[in-house]
Design a protein around this ligand. Structure first.
Ligand code: GUN
Ligand code: FE
Length: 430
């Protein structure tokens, strides 16, 4: 039994999305689970029982980042193809790369880098689109288990026929998905879970989507996809499903919308679609870097939230050119600032809002806020130790800053060099 005691400042958000700053807390962790958090009471523990981590001046604890939408297979394409829009980018850059993953050795090499690097960036939970190929998805699951990242792994489903053969039959899609889920069960790591992953409505027909929804229901597992990302995509979806009133209605008709479903982008969702998502408890994952790189659009997060939609944050690599959630938070702020310049009475999101989105907001979107998202008794210790004085840090210390100022500086101007330790369920993974 491992017992740990973390002593120092703690910054996180609560269920009301408020920023809570505590100058000095004691967080007691037992086998990865937080059993007690005390304010300003450090001396009543039998110290020798614990592995003790005392934070130094300039350091603070915070919950780990939750990247709620990223494509592990697309990492080799970081920075490529942003002169294209979504549908051309998929055809010219993304699908050809993804097809290369029939090479298991290549997959292993990429996934090792993906998991190590995202952990280094402070991503304690990642929700991955893996590959079309089930055995390759299992390699990613094994990597996350081995390296200690909390992860959802999705075997991508695509049965729409394609000339290049990067697709599968309905039967193979279903069988491989079931086999993949079993392969994750065999890993027996509570941190690693399968997630049903119909790529998007242009990649799957209604029959396949219904079958996938059935699997998700029977096994009580999460679902992820893309929705309403790009205007040409939306027109194509309306042509593919002419009898259904909207993009969201397609997924709803398939039974894919549950309170464990997350849909990336949602840039152009109509009011009627927001009503469906709210009713189903389905979350939207905001991916602003990707939306800008691929010129998809400016998603209005305030509108989603005002309509009662849960919103998480995702890098959507390689739509984004960075796998850093800090970078993604800055993209949220930039997009929101741009929206405020073009609209009357629009209050841009603040650094507190984006911090919530990158932590507890993501946990709520994924319905795992009983376990992670912030540090509370009963939850698991997924946390970062941030140090504004870290070696080689981009942050200088020309003067004394308050804790909140240091936090702000980290959000706007820090990087992974300031993330000196990363813990997932109490285990130090960086
Ligand atoms: N829609 C369908 N597939 C993809 C993908 O790989 N990336 C993005 N950004 N959108 C998609
Ligand atoms: Fe995506």
């Amino acid at each position: 039994m491992v017992r740990q005691l973390f002593l120092g400042p703690l910054i996180q958000t609560n269920d009301k999305e408020e920023l809570i700053i505590k100058e000095n807390v004691a967080v007691l962790v037992d086998n990865g689970k937080i059993i007690l958090i005390l304010d300003n009471q450090t001396d009543q523990f039998e110290r020798e029982v614990y592995e003790e981590v005392v934070l130094s001046h300039g350091q603070f604890m915070m919950p780990g980042f939750i990247d709620a939408h990223t494509h592990a297979v697309q990492f080799p394409n970081l920075g490529l193809g942003y002169n294209k829009d979504l549908l051309d980018w998929l055809e010219i850059y993304t699908f050809p790369l993804e097809k290369e993953y029939s090479d298991m050795e290549f997959a292993e090499r990429v996934f090792e880098a993906v998991v190590k690097r995202t952990i280094k960036m402070g991503t304690t939970t990642a929700c991955y689109f893996a590959s079309l190929y089930a055995d390759v998805c299992t390699i990613l699951a094994q990597k996350t288990a081995e390296l200690g990242q909390r992860a959802f792994i999705g075997k991508v489903n695509m049965n729409a026929p394609r000339d290049d053969g990067y697709c599968e039959s309905t039967l193979a899609s279903v069988i491989d998905t079931i086999d993949f889920i079993k392969s994750i069960e065999i890993i027996k790591n509570p941190l690693v879970k399968p997630i049903i992953t119909p790529r998007f409505a242009l990649s799957c027909d209604m029959e396949l989507m219904q079958k996938l929804a059935e699997i998700a229901k029977t096994k009580d597992i999460h679902i992820q996809s893309h929705v309403s990302e790009n205007k040409d995509e939306i027109i194509a979806v309306k042509q593919a499903f002419p009898h259904l009133p909207s993009y969201t209605a397609v997924y709803d008709a398939a039974g894919l919308l549950t309170n464990k479903t997350i849909l990336a982008h949602g840039v152009y969702l109509e009011d009627s679609e927001l009503a469906i998502l709210k009713e189903r408890g389905t979350a939207v994952i905001h991916c602003p870097s990707s939306n800008i790189n691929l010129k998809s659009g400016l998603c209005d997060v305030r509108r989603l939230k005002a309509n009662g939609i849960k919103v998480g944050l995702g890098t959507d690599v390689s739509g984004a050119s960075s796998y850093s959630m800090l970078n993604e938070m800055r993209s949220v702020l930039q997009v929101s600032n741009c929206l405020s310049l073009t609209r009357d009475n629009y209050t841009p999101l603040s650094y507190k809002d984006v911090f919530h989105m990158a932590t507890l907001g993501g946990a709520k979107a994924l319905a795992i806020d009983d376990k992670v998202g912030n540090l509370m008794p009963g939850k698991e210790f997924d946390a970062l130790i941030v140090d504004v004085n870290a070696k080689d840090s981009l942050l200088d210390n020309f003067k004394e800053y308050t804790l909140e100022e240091n936090f702000q500086r980290f959000i706007y101007a820090g990087d992974e060099r300031n993330i000196v330790s990363v813990y997932v369920k109490g285990k130090k993974v960086k």
